[in-house]
Write a protein that binds this ligand. Structure first.
Ligand code: FEO
Ligand code: CA
Ligand code: CA
Ligand code: CA
Length: 633
């Protein structure tokens, strides 16, 4: 594989290529396990009905609730394989903002072939739009949006292969990532960014932040640039997102490891070396994915071995105050955070559900010690409490295991910094890459997209944990993905136990057999692969976004481009709503204050989206409305 091809990979695939996990599970063990699981797979239950919906005889055909009137206000969109966005009849879409569009009037003008120069690269909308949330302040609507990574061939169009050639190139890439906060409004001509709004702000790889929680000030967080270990510079690989009930934005640091590298053979202490191995921090003397370390000593692990310990957290941003300092909440653990979905317990304590998106990693839950009181002090709610990891049992029960010093033999700071290692010690369930989690506002239940896992049953995770097929991850070499649902005991998200089932198993009913056909709510009309983004609207409809194989061939024939679908949690019905252009992932979804507009993220499209032939492709947020102006969620 060439450097260029490596640069075109997603961070997840790059990680797998550069940090392959050893294959230590024998083939015979895998087959035996798969066979012994078969009875369970065919017996996956849905809540309430008590009836098997996954029996092989029921895999094809209509949804489990034939005859029931659906709650969708649109006709299913057929698959698409072209270079633009499609929405159902009765809806319109338009581009709100593209990578490189100005947030301030002093921003450089975007050049269709060369993009944005380094000077002013922190004054424009960032690259690779991902998770987003909308906040209302009086009459102002503010979008806080993640910029996950870069498409460096396009972002550094003057270079041969997208690799930085000097410190200016590195700074440009650093400026294109992080978070954009911007005011948006609906004008006569449609939705637009309010250029120079006092709320507009760019947060990037050099923005100063503070740490709180058990790891703040710990020796493992101290660096040349921050001998206190209490402040941080930058937020990295901001993937999914979330919000708090008190109106702040949560941005989630995912594949942070790829920004670091070694300029000389590093000499590492055992603790650091074990952490690097578990999180995939590169130690080879090599330019790596971005070669930050070639030009910015902070990212050179030979000079600053603790810098990688300072990334991989949930970061809280107050979008209403552009002068506020973002806070890295170490209490919520350090891993490849996908998103952060909150719930409130009946007694007012705050729950935050989080996934660690890597093959065979875990699902987590934060529970605050103090209660959320609207208008009250919220300063302890993301720092004082308990972090748990999920264990799913084969009998469709589950439990949240507390990551305590007694259970792990680790200090609170070590648990916060090496959360994966702590979770492995307590026997957490290895998952098929937990992506977004969403909490249903109309029922006490949560959902997590388990996007895919080609290593399931083939290789252990990075910590050596066995990944034989298990309850919610029942298919080895899982190309398609599934969505797990859990209902906490006593209708209380603070409860330590839950029951679970699978809301959907994606699959291909045309070409595959058995469990790989998908569950009974998958059919030739609505099939998809690799569920990733997920949000509920206020009516309790679940919106599912995909980041999968869009070749439309082989296992994926009949699925077309990546897409957004609507799912009814009650009936199980799933219907395709929107398709993205070739090459793109559809990720990030939120709504205008009046719920008449959806904001949908289109990440890393191929050319010519959206500017036409000959122009650089640009990740964009699109606005989707109904032609009749009715509510869209
Ligand atoms: Fe950045 Fe797991 O998606
Ligand atoms: Ca994602
Ligand atoms: Ca993904
Ligand atoms: Ca992505």
């Amino acid at each position: 594989m060439t450097d260029i091809e490596q640069h075109e990979m997603s961070p997840d695939d790059w990680d797998e290529l550069n940090f392959p996990r050893a294959n230590v599970q024998g083939f015979d063990d895998v087959v035996e396990t798969a066979i012994s699981r078969r009875g369970f797979v065919s017996g996956v239950l849905t809540f309430g009905s008590g009836a098997a919906v996954m029996g092989t005889s029921m895999l094809k055909g209509t949804s489990a609730i034939a005859g029931q009137t659906d709650r969708f206000a649109f006709e299913q969109l057929p698959i698409q394989t072209d270079g633009t966005v499609h929405v159902p009849k009765g809806y319109t879409w338009d581009v709100l903002v593209r990578w490189g569009d100005p947030l301030f009037s002093d921003a450089p003008v975007f050049d269709a072939q060369m993009g944005v120069p380094t000077q002013g690269s922190d004054r424009v909308f960032g690259e690779n739009t991902d998770g987003m949330e909308l906040f209302s302040v009086g009459n102002h609507q503010l979008l806080a949006v993640n910029s996950e990574f870069v498409n460096s061939k396009e972002n550094l169009a003057h270079t041969q292969n997208g690799m930085p050639t000097d410190a200016s190139d590195v700074l440009r890439l650093q400026n294109f990532q992080g978070v954009s906060v911007m005011e948006v409004r609906e004008a006569e001509t449609g939705w637009e960014v309010v250029i120079d709004s006092p709320f507009n702000r760019r947060i990037h790889h050099n923005t100063e932040m503070t740490f709180d929680g058990p790891a703040a000030g710990h020796d493992l967080l101290k660096t040349d640039a921050d001998p206190s270990g209490a402040s941080s510079f930058g937020t990295f690989n901001n993937c999914g997102a979330g919000r708090t009930p008190w109106g702040t934005y949560l941005t989630c640091e995912e594949n942070f490891n790829g920004y670091f590298g070694a300029t000389h053979e590093p000499i590492l202490d055992d603790v650091t070396a074990a952490g690097y191995a578990r999180y995939g921090v590169p130690t080879k003397v090599d330019p790596g994915r971005y070669n930050y370390h070639g030009f910015d000593a902070r990212f050179d692990i030979t000079q600053n071995p603790n810098e990688p310990h300072r990334a991989g957290y949930i970061v809280e941003i107050d979008p209403t105050n552009p002068d506020s300092t973002p806070i890295k909440h170490t209490a919520l653990g350090r891993f490849k955070h996908e998103n952060a979905a909150y719930a409130l317990a009946p007694d007012g304590r705050l729950i935050v559900y989080m996934g660690d998106d890597e093959r065979g990693e875990f699902m987590y839950k934060w529970l605050s010690s103090d209660k959320y009181v609207p208008g009250g002090d919220t300063s302890t709610l993301l720092s004082d409490g308990q972090l748990y990891v999920a264990k799913f049992n084969a009998d469709m029960s589950g439990e949240w295991i507390a990551l305590t010093p007694a259970a792990t033999g680790m200090s609170p700071a070590e648990i916060a910094i090496f959360t994966r290692i702590a979770a492995s010690k307590v026997g957490a369930t290895t998952m098929d890459r937990p992506e977004w989690i969403a909490v249903n506002p109309t029922a006490v239940e949560g959902y997590c997209c388990l996007t895919n896992n080609r290593n399931r049953g083939i290789k252990p995770n990075a910590g050596g944990d066995d990944t034989a097929p298990n309850g919610p991850n029942p298919r080895e070499a899982n190309n398609f993905g599934q969505i797990v649902r859990w209902r906490p005991s006593d209708d209380d998200h603070a409860s330590g136990t839950f029951e679970w089932d699978l809301y959907v198993m994606a699959g291909n009913p045309n070409t595959r057999e058995g469990a790989y056909q998908g569950s009974s709510n998958i059919n030739a009309g609505n099939m998809f692969n690799s569920p990733d983004g997920m949000q509920f609207d206020t009516t309790g409809i679940m919106w599912i976004q995909t980041d999968g194989n869009d070749s439309n061939e082989g296992d994926f024939a009949g699925m077309g481009n990546n897409q957004m679908l609507a799912g009814d949690p009650v009936t199980g019905e799933i219907r395709r709503f929107l398709t993205g252009p070739n090459g793109s992932e559809v990720t990030g979804l939120t709504w205008s204050a009046d719920r008449r507009t959806m904001f949908v993220g289109i990440q890393h499209p191929d050319a010519p989206f959206p500017d036409g032939e000959g122009a650089l492709p640009r990740s964009s947020i699109v606005v989707v409305k109904r032609v009749d102006g009715a509510l869209v969620g």
